[in-house]
Design a protein around this ligand. Structure first.
Ligand code: HEC
Length: 191
C-alpha cells in the first residue's frame, strides 16, 4: 500500500511540474523568435541607409530605428525588449546585473570557440518580493558592416568621430572586430 501511495505521489508530482516546464519551453520559443526576427530587419534598413548616406547619415538608423523597432515589438508582444552592451554607446544600454553576468559568460564561451550567433540564455529569475520574471538574452555578433561605426577608431573618419563624440560623449562602443560580441538583445516579462 505504502508503495502505491509513494508511486501515486510521484506521479502527481510529475504532473504538477509538467505545466511549468511546458510554460518555460513556450516562453523560450516566443522570446527566441522575437529576438531572431528584429536584428535582420534592422540590418536591412541599416544597409540601405549606409549605401545612401554613409556611416554618418546612417547613424540615425541605430539611434532612432532600433529603439523604435524594439518599442513597437514590445507593444505588440507584451515583452519588454531592449539592447545592451558591456561597452555601450547609448548610456541607457547599460546591462543590469543579470545581463552583465550572462554577457561575460557569452564572451568566455565565444573565446572557448562557440559561434557568437548561437549564444543565448533563457530562464526564470526570482527577484525582490518573490516576483518571477522570464528573462531571455541573445548575443549580437559584430559583422563587417558594423565596423563602420563600431570598428577600430583609427579607421573611422574624423567627421564621423566628431559627430559620435557630440551625440555620445561617453561612447565605449568602438574597437570591435568581426565575430566579437557587440552586445545583446534582451527580453523579459513578469510571470
Ligand atoms: C551607422 C552607424 C552604425 C552601424 C553601421 C551600426 N551601429 Fe550599432 N549603434 C550605432 C549607434 C549610433 C548606436 C547608439 C544607438 C542609441 O542611441 O540607442 C548603436 C548602438 C548599438 C547597440 C546598443 C548598445 C549600445 O552600445 O548602445 C548595439 C547592440 C549595436 N549598436 C549593435 C550593432 C551591430 C551588431 C551592428 C552591425 C550589424 C551595428 N550596431 C551597426 C551606430 C551604428
Amino acid at each position: 500500500m505504502r508503495k502505491i501511495v509513494t508511486l501515486l505521489s510521484m506521479v502527481a508530482g510529475v504532473v504538477a511540474v509538467m505545466p511549468v516546464w511546458a510554460q518555460e519551453d513556450k516562453l523560450l520559443a516566443q522570446a527566441r523568435s522575437i529576438a531572431t526576427e528584429i536584428p535582420p530587419k534592422l540590418l536591412a534598413v541599416l544597409q540601405d541607409e549606409m549605401a545612401k548616406a554613409g556611416p554618418e547619415g546612417a547613424m540615425g538608423v541605430c539611434r532612432e530605428k532600433a529603439p523604435q523597432m524594439a518599442k513597437a515589438a514590445s507593444e505588440k508582444t507584451g515583452w519588454h525588449i531592449r539592447r545592451v552592451s558591456l561597452k555601450n554607446r547609448n548610456p541607457n544600454a547599460t546591462p543590469d546585473a543579470w545581463e552583465t553576468a550572462v554577457l561575460q559568460e557569452f564572451d568566455q564561451r565565444q573565446a572557448a570557440g562557440e559561434a557568437p550567433a548561437t549564444l543565448e540564455k533563457g530562464e526564470v529569475v526570482v527577484g525582490d518580493g518573490n516576483v518571477r520574471t522570464y528573462r531571455y538574452i541573445k548575443a549580437l555578433p559584430t559583422q563587417t558592416l558594423c565596423l563602420s561605426c563600431h570598428g577600430n577608431p583609427e579607421h573611422l573618419s574624423q567627421s564621423f568621430k566628431a559627430k559620435l563624440h557630440e551625440l555620445y560623449p561617453h561612447d565605449k562602443a568602438t574597437g570591435y572586430a568581426p565575430g566579437d560580441i557587440r552586445g545583446a538583445i534582451t527580453l523579459k516579462r513578469t510571470l
